[in-house]
Design a protein around this ligand. Structure first.
Ligand code: NAD
Ligand code: UGA
Length: 468
């Protein structure tokens, strides 16, 4: 079966970039990305590519090449479903904030709505692809909804989890380590999986396209994120031991990373991992384990989250202690608000938690981030409901010039590892700060020697503070 029309429901961080690449690599396939969010679709269609809703290096050029040719962004969900032979579901699957499983389980209401809509609209057989990250065995729920509420058409469900990381989405999609496709082990399931394999085979070497059963595919996605997050929590746990003992976490990372069994990636100590997925996917895994009565397994994975929360608290506490145990009315500058460099995404960013802690201590915060918009920063704080919106606005300001953000500041906290921070004139920054001027580097991004020579007191995660 050869696919000519694809519909993707959900024009977010995954749906947008993933479909842009499919459209670019497969000019013979019409790809329509739909979303209920009209503003998002309007932004994807904006002539000014700076306004695309997702910032990813290289994405604008790809959208420019394919948009209007065989890549379309639309709010006409029914029409796109009707026309497509293959439908990707790429909607959000956040942690539940209500009812059973609150704070742990994945909220599948958006997935179910999609399934019901596909069932209602479809008049011909379709392949439905789970692109969203889902609890293991969700495919059977989708299948049941489609079969019970559909118009007697046949649906094949595939699991095709996405492994892209934000900030490197374009390269991850163009050169994936692997593409994973889970399908039913029936002749129809095999045919559906083959149709999807054929799409990826337009640019991904066949040996990198892995086919499994549906449950293995769904679980592999949660497992991959759990393992990645676990590495960050592991090195973050070591960062505190390093600070206590005089070891340097970067040297430890290098030393262990050269062991080919361990590998060098994902060993960078930080103020804590963020992003929309690590925490939610681990909670999801913990919930699944608990629901099977596997309490020890659940506890094991939950510890990865607890360690991450601890790291954010530890960073804030260290900053407060260093500033003579009070930050009340002191100006603290944040360099970075995004959860990692090269993205405008702030979901679960460590900066939000650190800011919340410091604002509770009545600090005055000035934020500079090269890509995050002002409104997003206030929205992130307002969402916490710790303070009123007016209080947040009174205590925190957002600057578009990093040097202005540092003027008369007691301390700079580096929360995101943006490359440009390394290139700043740190002498000039020092000259305009109050003394002692303290840099709190939550990403161990800067050169200790250089900063100390200028006169800064410098703390870096995993290698401690000047003078210790
Ligand atoms: P997102 O919130 O950026 O985008 C989801 C979009 O779906 C939103 O624009 C929302 O309006 C839309 N939507 C929700 N319900 C809809 C409906 N019924 N009809 C039409 N549109 C609807 O989310 P995301 O970051 O793209 O993540 C999507 C999924 O992919 C999640 O399951 C996530 O775990 C997974 N994932 C995300 C990443 C990542 O880097 N963000 C990477 C791999 C996997
Ligand atoms: C992560 C995974 O890397 C992707 O494979 C996956 O598809 C995605 O989650 C998802 O399912 O959403 P992402 O969250 O975009 O991607 O970014 P990562 O590069 O994994 O970084 C996550 C967080 O961990 C960031 O806050 C980052 O700064 C932090 N991190 C990462 C560290 O603190 N140290 C490291 O060594 C690596």
């Amino acid at each position: 079966m050869s696919i000519k029309n694809i519909c993707c429901i959900g024009a977010g961080y995954v749906g947008g970039p993933t479909m842009a690449i499919i459209a670019q690599q497969c000019p013979h396939i019409k790809v329509t990305v739909v979303d209920l969010n009209e503003k998002r679709i309007a932004d994807w269609n904006d002539d000014n590519l700076d306004n695309l809703p997702v910032f990813e290096p290289g994405l604008d050029a790809i959208v420019k090449e394919a948009r209007g040719r065989n890549l379309f962004f639309s709010t006409e969900v029914d029409k796109a479903i009707d026309e497509a032979e293959m439908i990707f579901i790429s909607v959000n699957t956040p942690t539940k904030t209500y009812g059973k499983g609150k704070g742990m389980a994945a909220d599948l209401k958006y997935i179910e709505l999609c399934a019901r809509q596909i069932a209602r609209v479809s008049k011909q057989n379709k392949i439905v692809v789970e692109k969203s990250t889902l609890p293991v065995r969700t495919a059977s729920a989708i299948k049941s909804i489609l079969d019970h509420t559909g118009n007697d058409v046949k649906f094949e469900i595939l699991s095709n989890p996405e492994f892209l990381a934000e900030g490197t989405a374009v390269t991850d999609l163009l050169k994936p380590d692997r593409v994973l496709i889970g399908g039913d082990t029936t002749p129809e399931g095999d045919m559906a999986a083959k149709a999807l394999v054929d799409i990826y085979a337009n640019w991904v070497p066949k040996e990198r396209i892995l086919t499994t059963n549906v449950w293995s595919s769904e679980l592999s996605k949660l497992t991959a994120n759990a393992f990645l997050a676990q590495r960050v929590s592991s090195i973050n746990a070591m960062s505190e031991i390093c600070e206590e003992t005089g070891a340097d976490v970067n040297e430890v990372s290098k030393a262990i990373g050269m062991d080919s069994r361990i590998g060098s990636k994902f060993l960078k100590a930080s103020v804590g991992f963020g992003g929309s997925c690590f925490q939610k996917d681990i909670f999801n895994l913990v919930y699944i384990a608990k629901s099977y009565g596997l309490n020890e397994v659940a506890d094991y994975w939950e510890q990865v989250i607890l360690m991450n929360e601890y790291q954010k608290e530890r960073f804030t506490n260290k900053l407060i202690t260093t500033l003579y145990n009070t930050v009340s009315d002191k100006k603290i500058t944040f360099f970075g608000w995004a959860f990692k460099k090269d993205t405008n995404d702030t979901r679960e960013s460590a900066a939000i938690k650190v800011a919340d802690n410091l604002l509770n201590e009545q600090a005055k915060i000035s934020v500079y981030d090269p890509k995050v918009k002002v409104n997003q920063i206030y929205a992130d704080l307002d969402y916490l409901k710790t303070r009123t919106s007016a209080e947040n606005k009174a205590l925190l300001t957002v600057e578009s010039d990093p040097y202005v953000a540092c003027e008369n500041s007691h301390s700079i906290a580096i929360l995101t590892e943006w490359d440009e921070f390394k290139t700043y004139d740190w002498q000039k920054i020092y000259d305009h700060m109050l003394k002692p001027a303290v840099v709190f580097d939550g990403r161990s991004l800067l050169e200790r020697k250089k900063l100390e020579e200028i006169g800064f007191i410098y703390y870096s995660i995993g290698s401690g503070i000047t003078g210790n």
